[in-house]
Write a protein that binds this ligand. Structure first.
Ligand code: TRP
Length: 446
């Protein structure tokens, strides 16, 4: 096992925020959030989502931060060394997290691949093929074809390249450069959307709540989306916190991460919903939503192809800052528990994910008829991780930090925050988060 002095650390406090926000901000905000919101009634879903982020998300980020920084290990090692007794049983929870991270990357890489395709099409001036009345067939035939698989593998290769650079020169450096540019572009594009004809219909869908749309399944989806968007329940925030300096203020970093992540989700929706209504698309289109609407936005803009290329480039890059975070869980596990060096660790992880991701990429074409419990591979991996593995992982992490970690460890890790705030977070982790997750989880599944 690597000892903590030889372990890498992030170099700067900007790097801490850039990497955690880089992990949180990704396709979850720009692709998944708008379609989940669209299929679950709009504004009411958004309100519920924000409540989950604040009430459960922030305390859970703190819990992962505490485990990561106090153990300075990956999720498996953290559970095993921090558990006073039954380290082995808890380490099994770590295995669950690692499995989830592999499954998430496997479908995430496919969607990231779609953004690569859109980038390539904008650079070659062909994005217009994906806009207008022909957009459904264009998107469907692309995802069913071999290019979809090709781009998925390219994503995994790019991901591996950053991981090979290591914690500071790979993960931190890439996040430091990409995140600020992403914010600027997103603000510009959402302002542009506000000027589309009929933008107000989209905005009122987004901001005027109709609570009758909130079924138990929608509540589970809002929680699943909060987990997904904040990269929770599988050990991402944990592994990043294991690289924090001991002076990084954890609660403040958790709040900043959650706030910026939510801001990006809202900006992405402000950019997308006016366009959805303006171009006559249905907000309930599901995973295709963004990919069918964005080309129309750009087609109608002056210098649209330049904006499109810039946007898809950034989307590609934002997704890479997320894929590296889910991969680092597995890579650090292989390095610290199996004693591998970084290169073979990255190679093994990439090979396994390439296999599983291929199944997901082919789910829109040759494997579309292969259904497990009614789901294609792609939908199965998405559903099983967001709605099952992440909530279970989050619930157990919450219970573990709330009940099994020494109070003094929690207090030292969360210092210098006000005692009352630390108390609220501890109580949430002990009672509120596990109970809420369990209730919503069971009600949503039934
Ligand atoms: N949060 C990222 C997004 O919104 C995705 C992500 C990164 C993730 N790491 C994760 C999701 C770990 C679940 C678990 O795009």
């Amino acid at each position: 096992m690597t000892n903590s002095t030889s372990r890498p650390r992030f170099a700067t406090s900007f790097g801490v925020i850039a990497t955690t926000v880089g992990s949180a901000v990704g396709l979850g905000n720009i692709w998944r959030f708008p379609y989940e919101t669209g299929s679950n009634g709009g504004a009411a879903f958004l309100i519920l989502y924000i409540i989950f982020v604040l009430a459960i998300g922030v305390p859970l980020i703190c819990a992962e931060f505490i485990m990561g920084r106090s153990s300075r290990l990956n999720i498996f090692g953290a559970f095993r060394t921090l558990a006073p007794a039954r380290g082995r049983t808890w380490a099994a929870v770590g295995c669950l997290g690692i499995l989830a991270a592999v499954l998430i990357l496997s479908f995430y890489a496919v969607v990231a691949g779609w953004t690569f395709e859109y980038l390539a099409e904008s650079l070659t001036g062909h994005l217009n093929d994906f806009s207008g009345p022909g957009r459904h067939t264009a998107f469907d035939s692309f995802t069913a074809g071999p290019r979809c698989l090709f781009w998925t593998l390219i994503v995994l290769a790019a991901n591996a390249a950053v991981l090979l650079g290591g914690v500071r020169k790979g993960i931190e450096r890439v996040s430091n450069i990409l995140m600020p540019i992403l914010f600027v572009l997103l603000i510009a594009l959402s302002v542009n959307s506000l000027f589309l004809p009929g933008a107000s219909v989209g905005l009122s869908f987004l901001f005027r709540p109709d609570f009758s749309a909130l079924t138990p399944a929608a509540v589970l989806s809002a929680m699943g989306q909060a987990f997904f968007s904040l990269s929770l329940g599988v050990g991402t925030m944990m592994i990043y916190a294991s690289y924090f300096s001991s002076r990084t203020p954890l609660i403040r970093s958790a709040l900043t991460t959650a706030a910026l992540d939510t801001l990006v989700a809202i900006l992405a929706s402000i950019m997308i919903f006016p366009a959805v209504f303006s171009f006559g698309a249905s907000p309930e289109a599901g995973p295709k939503l963004v990919f069918e609407v964005l080309p129309d936005i750009f087609a109608g803009m002056p210098a649209g192809s330049v904006a499109a290329a810039a946007f898809f480039l950034l989307l590609v890059l934002a997704s890479i800052t997320s894929t590296i975070s889910m991969s680092e869980i597995v890579v650090a596990f292989l390095i610290e528990q199996w004693g591998l060096r970084r290169i073979p660790a990255v190679a093994i992880h990439t090979a396994i994910c390439a296999l599983l991701a291929s199944l997901c990429a082919l789910s829109f074409g040759p494997l579309a008829h292969v259904k497990i419990a009614g789901f294609t591979f792609f939908n199965l991996f998405d559903f099983a991780t967001s709605n099952i593995l992440m909530p279970i992982g989050g619930c157990l992490i919450s219970i573990f930090v709330g009940w099994f970690i020494d109070r003094s460890v929690i207090n030292t890790q969360l210092a210098p925050a006000p005692a009352a705030l630390i108390r609220i977070i501890t109580l949430t982790l002990r009672y509120i988060a596990p109970a809420a997750i369990a209730i919503i989880f069971i009600a949503g599944l039934v």
